[in-house]
Write a protein that binds this ligand. Structure first.
Ligand SMILES: [Zn+2]
Length: 131
């Protein structure tokens, strides 16, 4: 059975320890914190370059709404979390976000990518896929 991590810290630690299949439930507005931790660890501890890192995230990482079941690609989670960080004091990023795909905008606002769903949490899954 797939192992569930209790929090972001142990989720990221388990991925770095090489666990191939793990998931964690977080608040959607914690996505930024999670992505930052994950990417920083890959770059600093695994000496990965950014493009390699984003390919790994695209292949092995995805989000799943525990309520409506909508599936969100790893890259969309990364984009949503990056935009969220930038929009706090950057109007250009805000414009980009408002004009971008609705799913990503909703996630950046801490909401489910499905506009009819009210869930505020998301399951983040790591299923390691070799490149
Ligand atoms: Zn949902």
């Amino acid at each position: 059975m797939k192992k569930k991590s209790k929090d972001i810290k142990s989720f990221v630690e388990n991925i770095l320890l090489g666990r191939r299949s793990i998931y964690c439930q977080i608040n959607i507005n914690q996505l930024g914190e999670l992505m930052m931790k994950l990417i920083n660890h890959f770059i600093e501890e695994k000496a990965m370059k950014f493009p390699e890192c984003s390919k790994l995230i695209e292949r092995s990482f995805f989000g799943l709404c525990p309520k409506c079941g909508i599936l969100i690609r790893g890259m969309d989670l990364a984009i949503a979390s990056t935009l969220k960080e930038q929009t706090d004091n950057d109007n250009d990023a805000m414009t980009l976000l408002m004009e971008g795909p609705r799913e990503i905008r909703l996630l950046a606002e801490g909401k489910c990518a499905n506009p009819t769903c009210t869930e505020k949490k998301i399951e983040v899954h790591w299923e390691y896929m070799k490149g």
